[in-house]
Design a binder for this molecule. Structure first.
Ligand code: FNR
Length: 364
């Protein structure tokens, strides 16, 4: 029997071996030069931990709440598209794994399983991620379906007025199957893939995504749903303040896993700025480059309420289906618990700014 993976890096290796190159590149790639993709990881490595000593850490409680919903740990599943590329059960397997780990999953608009199938797969609290389409009625229909099937919040992704330039997908002539939740709602001509064409995803996005989406449209969204709205894709203090003024219920500091604007800053490097600007008005979440429990701890120390992981979940799913996603989430939870113990913190709210040293701290 092969050795069990001991970290996320090893899950990534397995995913690379088992997935066709086009799919692995789609999952793992970023925009442009992939500078931000590397920075999302590297910026975590530049933050050091400052443990305290001689505290009783025989019991560690990692639990936390978000919008009133309890989670076993502050590690959530980020919305990522097309899980069926990784495993035939797709998002249903991911949803079951998230539920088994008592954590919250955000289902992607680009899910390869129907909202109804995910909802009926198991009992759990879930959020629904939304893109706004040129045909507003498409997005409105999906919001209504998510609400009807028990999703508890809408996570509106605001960093994608157009699709980032993902050169690996262009090179691989990435093929996009019909998105299951859009059946009967959208017919887009992406045409047959020929040697001259780039990625199908790019063609699909340019014919569907609404580049005119703006702040006023938060009101539109509020008019069609009573669910709380979380904005995903904020990376500046100004936009964070504006979000709070617009009455949203939460913010995700995200650069879309470096798949949109290359040379945007690593998310962990701007988290503190956003947290300060929001000053406790709404929970601030973060994603991008989180591969270790120590990364989660650092994000919490810099003010995040919780974190979301994207690619690690896909790697786990590709490697071992539901079991793999569960293993990835448990691995991160275990690493966070150990970090908390070694930093002498026994609950999430004991993790403070004093537990980390950033580059800025060293210069001062
Ligand atoms: C994503 N992401 C994403 N975000 C979103 O709002 N809607 C979506 O459909 C998708 N789809 C998607 C597909 C794939 C393959 C990836 C890798 C990412 C972005 C995702 O929610 C999250 O912001 C990043 O994945 C976080 O970075 P890490 O954890 O992957 O480094």
């Amino acid at each position: 029997m092969e050795d069990e993976p001991v970290n996320i890096r090893e899950y990534e290796e397995i995913a690379k071996q088992v997935l066709p190159k086009m799919i692995f590149d789609f999952y793992n790639g970023g925009a442009g030069d992939e500078y931000t993709l590397r920075e999302n990881r590297e910026a975590y490595k530049r933050i050091m931990l400052r443990p305290r000593i001689l505290v009783d850490v025989s019991r560690i409680d990692m639990s936390t709440t978000l919008l009133g919903y309890k989670m076993q740990s502050p590690i959530m599943v980020a919305p990522t598209a097309r899980h069926k590329y990784a495993h035939p059960e797709g998002e249903v397997a991911t949803a079951r794994a998230a539920a088994a780990c008592n954590t919250l999953m955000v289902l992607s608009f680009g899910s390869s399983r129907k909202i109804e199938d995910v909802a009926s797969s198991c009992n759990a609290v879930r959020f629904y991620q939304l893109y706004v389409y040129q045909k507003r009625e498409v997005s409105a229909t999906l919001v209504r379906r998510a609400e009807e099937y028990g999703f508890k919040a809408i996570v509106l992704t605001v960093d994608t007025p157009r699709l980032g330039r993902r050169e690996k997908d262009i090179k691989n002539k990435f093929i996009l199957p019909q998105l299951s939740n859009l059946e009967g709602l959208v017919s887009v001509d992406v045409g047959p893939v020929s040697g001259k064409r780039g990625s199908d995803l790019e063609a699909f996005a340019s014919q569907t995504l609404d580049p005119s989406l703006c702040w006023n449209d938060i009101e539109w969204l509020r008019s069609i749903t009573s669910l709380p709205i979380i904005l995903k894709g904020i990376i500046t203090a100004d936009d964070a303040i504006k979000s709070v003024e617009m009455g949203v219920s939460g913010i995700v500091v995200s650069n879309h896993g470096a798949r949109q604007l290359d040379y945007s800053p690593a998310t962990i490097s701007v988290l503190e700025e956003v947290v300060k600007a929001v000053s406790g008005a709404v929970p601030v979440l973060i994603d991008g480059g989180i591969r270790r429990g120590t990364d989660v701890f650092k994000a919490l120390a810099l003010g995040a309420k919780a974190v979301l992981v994207g690619r690690p979940v896909l790697f786990g799913l590709a490697a071992k289906g539901e079991k793999g996603v569960k293993s990835v989430l448990k691995m991160l939870q275990g690493e966070l618990e150990l970090t908390m113990a070694l930093c002498d913190t026994t609950s999430i709210n004991e993790i403070t700014r004093k537990h980390v040293q950033t580059e800025g701290d060293r210069i001062r």
